[in-house]
Design a protein around this ligand. Sequence first.
Ligand code: FAD
Length: 418
Amino acid sequence: MSSLQGEKAAGVGSEDQYRALACDTALSTLVAVVLYVLLKVSLDGFRQWRARISVLIVGSGPVGLTAALVAVRSGKVLRLTVVDERYRSALLCRPQQIALDPRSVKFLLGLGVDFDNMEGCWHNEHFFTRIGVFQEYLLSILEKKKQSVDVQVQLGTKFTDEYLRRVQQSEGPRIIVVADGSCGDSCSVLGISSDYTVESCHAFGANASIERLDQRQVPTPEIRAHSLYFDLSAYGVEALREHRNPAAKSGFHLKIYGTFRNRYMALVCPSSDTRMVRFLRHTANSSIMKNIFHQSFNAYKTDIEPRLSDVTHHHMQCSRRLFEVQLSHKRVSAAYIEGDNVAVTVEGEAARVLNFDTGFDVNLGLPWYGVPCGGLFYRTATAVDQADVMEALSDKMQHSRHVAQCFKQTGLTESMFQ
Ligand SMILES: Cc1cc2nc3c(=O)[nH]c(=O)nc-3n(C[C@H](O)[C@H](O)[C@H](O)COP(=O)(O)OP(=O)(O)OC[C@H]3O[C@@H](n4cnc5c(N)ncnc54)[C@H](O)[C@@H]3O)c2cc1C
């Protein structure tokens, strides 16, 4: 064989070797990458599966206890503490009802709430129960969950600076849910601004409450009446012409709700500048509103409850005149406490409240729990770093604003106008 042929053969041989080597390298790199990805995915999965956090809920009203139920069902909570300044007896004897709309009912059914085992009544797919009954039921579910989650319910304990310091010294919570109602001041303990955005709901309203101790305290469906006009001719206000005026829309909407013992009434109309509305907005004569509520109650009450007599009439509390219905919602409804690494979220009436009681206020709080609440527990538990928690909180704030916007647009229509 000539030397040229030898060189050629050697060249072909090294090319083959080179290809084989490149192939080997590519294959082993691929195997390494696949192994790395598999290992990372399974480690991440394991970390996420194992991730458990400690949650503190301030306030055991309907919203705080619903949040507690979401927490224990999330599978991401190791320790849950619910704190309320009221003692059990005070908590459970609250007289007002809550009305759960179909959306809230569906959501609570998903959490395992068994409405068949709760004192209450159904009407038009809404469930009506006493607030104390609802709270007692949720507390009993939490009690049963103690085997899987470390649940502590501390009633008769106020959330204060001192309390916060104490829990932070031990293994502090990673999430604090503030659900301390419209009068709570826990946000100030946590350094969260108490500023509210106040927005008009483009309606005027008035409320009344009647307490009749001889009547039953059982859950009762609400009553609604629409297109009401009142005869104010004695005060020089002619409503007749306004009936024909399309701008007068459909008059007033009335709702009677609560138990027979603690009856409430809400009267509302879309904002307009009719003579009747103008008169009722500015009158200094408070007996006019009283008369309207008195007569409306007797006209629309259920057949089985007594009429209001003149005696009880004088015991009725009511607004002196029509006022503008406004929704206040907290400017800051979520925060991150750096250093302690705690996510804070503000919910229920602590986050948004109406100056006009529709008897549906709890529903301004519950829709939040549909998706983002469980999401916040999950995302905080499995967060890799602070940025993940901040993102979850920012989504929550956005959702909170969305709830307020939705209520402003359709809330009164759904809860009062139909
Ligand atoms: C007169 C009246 C009638 C109503 N009628 C109806 C009705 O018919 N239907 C309906 O759906 N809704 C009704 N509502 C509204 C309903 O009661 C509220 O929407 C609901 O209670 C709000 O729930 P929440 O959990 O946000 O707050 P809340 O129920 O107010 O609960 C807040 C809890 O936080 C606790 N708390 C406050 N500060 C602290 C602190 N620093 N430390 C520890 N605990 C604290 C309080 O003790 C309280 O238990 C009515 C309300 C009123 C006032």
